[in-house]
Design a protein around this ligand. Structure first.
Ligand SMILES: NC(=O)c1ccc[n+]([C@@H]2O[C@H](COP(=O)([O-])OP(=O)(O)OC[C@H]3O[C@@H](n4cnc5c(N)ncnc54)[C@H](OP(=O)(O)O)[C@@H]3O)[C@@H](O)[C@H]2O)c1
Length: 243
């Protein structure tokens, strides 16, 4: 049976995705930094699903290691899902470029480094799927998180271009734009319950959209309409708003 490679596999959303794909008969490569911390999760999932689940060490910022990481996979995956991300501290990122660079490189540069390799391989063999978790934050820059938002905007544009390029090779690319999700990333934030998804619901939406070869997924679905409105607010008004 085919493998799915999950990047940033310690993420709460990634773990829900891992369960969903294993339940549906996929073997898994779970790639994360300090991947040994995933061993208990992986063993439990392998037993419950009767699939092979392997943990692999990967730091998305260590771009020099990416070719060896991908070339050394025992079997190339049918698909890849990237859930890696870093929200960071907007205030700090405004004054300390190291923080800004960490946000940009974790959400964008590192992901491009790895997906470039995978895209070339999938294009050559003419099948596969790529799922990139971006964010609604990339749809319009806001003062509260525009360094993170700009990295996600770049990721969304990258995935759009990849989809355009790989369509002719039979490779599907899905851009995922979650709104609020209750995970470690948002722990302690006061999120509106009606607009906040659980990781399991996001994983279900992603699985369905990927299997149906969708292009862009907003999850919860309501975010598609919220962002449509937000994107259409005139700039003169938007710059005075606090949202
Ligand atoms: N939660 C939300 O409201 C929300 C909304 C929109 C989009 N998203 C996106 O959804 C994705 C999953 O996020 P989440 O909410 O599940 O948050 P999360 O649990 O904090 O997951 C983020 C993951 O990225 C990993 N990561 C960070 N830097 C890394 C690096 N250098 N190398 C390898 N892995 C690294 C983290 O690994 P460690 O565990 O080792 O730190 C963590 O497991 C992210 O792309 C996020 O931007 C989340």
């Amino acid at each position: 049976m085919s493998y799915v490679l999950i990047i940033g596999a310690k993420s709460d959303i990634a773990q829900a995705i891992a369960k969903k794909y294993a339940e549906n008969g996929y073997n898994l490569y779970l790639a994360a930094r300090q991947a040994n911390e995933l061993e208990i999760f992986a063993k439990d999932l392998a037993i419950r699903s009767n699939q092979t689940v392997q943990c692999l060490e990967l730091d998305i910022l260590d771009t020099a290691s990416h070719p060896v990481f991908y070339n050394d996979l025992p079997e190339k995956p049918e698909g890849v899902i990237t859930a890696v991300g870093y929200l960071g501290a907007q205030d700090l990122a405004q004054s300390d470029f190291n923080e800004a660079q960490k946000i940009i490189d974790t959400n964008y540069t590192g992901v491009v480094s790895l997906l470039n390799l995978i895209a070339n391989d999938f294009e050559q063999r003419q099948y596969g799927f790529i799922v990139g978790i971006s964010s609604v934050a990339g749809d319009r820059g806001r003062k509260s998180n525009y360094i993170y938002g700009s990295a996600k905007a770049a990721l969304s544009a990258y995935l759009s271009g990849l989809r355009n390029r790989l369509d002719a090779s039979g490779v599907d690319v899905l851009t995922v734009k979650p709104g609020f999700v209750a995970t470690k990333m948002t722990a302690g934030m006061d999120l509106p319950a009606k607009l906040t998804a659980q990781p399991e619901a996001v994983a279900n939406d992603i699985y369905k959209a990927q299997q149906k070869k969708k292009n862009v997924l907003y999850t919860k679905g309501l975010w598609k309409w919220i962002m449509l409105i937000i994107k259409h607010i005139p700039e003169g008004l938007f710059k005075k708003m606090s949202i």
